[in-house]
Design a protein around this ligand. Structure first.
Ligand code: PEP
Ligand code: MG
Length: 321
């Protein structure tokens, strides 16, 4: 049965007072791509590349990866697709093989630290992405960045991997974005904005690290509060840094599915929201019924609130205003 919000699938996200936000989808497997398309995503804000590495005993070859990433361009020929480099460890772990990472090792051996140790894996992935993109634009997202050195090191390694390809069509320089998902990256947002091509705020991990909440422990769920004032203030700082540097900034954590939070993110200057594909029509419908202007006007006062209940109440009031 067609639901009421299904008519929002084919329209762009817009508030009642005509303000636009780009709505992207988070995907992890090929079938998500068609679901994203069918639900009216304008592109892929976060392509989680870990799945084929996790479900099998051995890593996919470069040729297999070219096929996998190529599917994304088939479903979204005009893009944009933000491919995240392998973010293994923690909730996306591989138990065996030569790149073993541990479940729950959120402060342990994970993500780009693993890639620095396995340059062959990084190189295969970057080359597969460049080959899949061919002459289309390629956007690469770097997870778990904690320092400017990591960004510079990855930029060099990505450049080398692409330069070593024989295929002239794949030689285009990719746009390189940084995920802001640890408190250190929030502190460095001004510096990272200068050198990155775009930023993407990963609130799932940012909340886990900033609020000290294991994202896999259901007993901690209540502490993972999207209305915690520290989270809103961190997002505000990152968005301001990106805008001052003239760089795009998106949010790809799940908090953006809440209409009041989505509106607040827009008011803070976030350009795009990336959410689970099936949430897109409903989010569009909710945004179409709300005005951004009252949220913009209230934002200064909301950022000064010290407790989560007050933040939640103020966001709701501004959404309904
Ligand atoms: C995040 O951390 O907010 C994020 C979007 O990435 P993931 O959930 O894959 O860690
Ligand atoms: Mg993350």
């Amino acid at each position: 049965a067609r639901t009421e919000h299904s008519r929002f699938r084919d329209v762009l996200a817009r508030t009642a007072d005509g303000e636009r936000v780009t709505l992207h989808a988070n995907v992890g497997v090929a079938s998500d791509l068609t679901i994203a398309r069918e639900n009216g995503a304008e592109g892929i804000g976060l392509y989680r590349t870990e799945f084929p590495f996790i479900v099998r005993d051995s890593f996919p070859t470069r040729a297999e990866q070219v096929r996998i990433y190529g599917k994304a361009y088939e479903v979204f020929p005009a893009g944009p697709i933000h491919f995240r480099l392998l973010d293994l460890g923690g909730d996306k772990f591989v138990a065996g093989g030569h790149v073993a990472t541990a479940r729950g090792a959120f402060h342990g051996y994970r993500s780009i630290r693993v890639l620095f140790d396995h340059p062959d894996v990084l190189r295969d992935q970057v080359q597969a992405l460049a080959l899949a993109a061919a002459d289309r634009p390629l956007r690469i997202l770097i997870p778990m960045v904690t320092s400017i050195e990591e960004l510079r090191r990855l930029r060099t390694l990505i450049g080398q991997a692409i330069a070593d390809l024989d295929e002239p069509r794949a030689q285009r320089a990719p746009e390189i974005g940084v995920m802001i998902e640890v408190p250190a990256a929030v502190e460095l947002a001004v510096d990272l904005s200068r050198e990155a091509d775009f930023l993407s705020i990963g609130t799932n991990d940012l909340m886990q690290y900033a609020l000290v909440v294991d994202r896999e422990d259901s007993r901690m769920a209540a502490f993972s509060d999207p209305y915690h004032p520290a989270i809103l203030r961190m997002v505000a700082r990152v968005a301001a840094a990106a805008r001052a540097a003239g760089k795009r900034v998106g949010v790809c954590g799940e908090i953006a599915v809440r209409p009041d939070v989505a509106l607040a993110l827009m008011a803070l200057g976030v350009d795009s929201l990336s959410v689970v594909p099936t949430a897109i029509p409903e989010l569009k419908q909710a945004l179409a019924g709300a005005r951004l202007e009252p949220m913009r006007r209230a934002m200064g006062a909301i950022l000064a609130l010290s407790d989560a209940r007050s933040v939640a109440a103020a966001l709701r009031d501004a959404q309904l205003a």
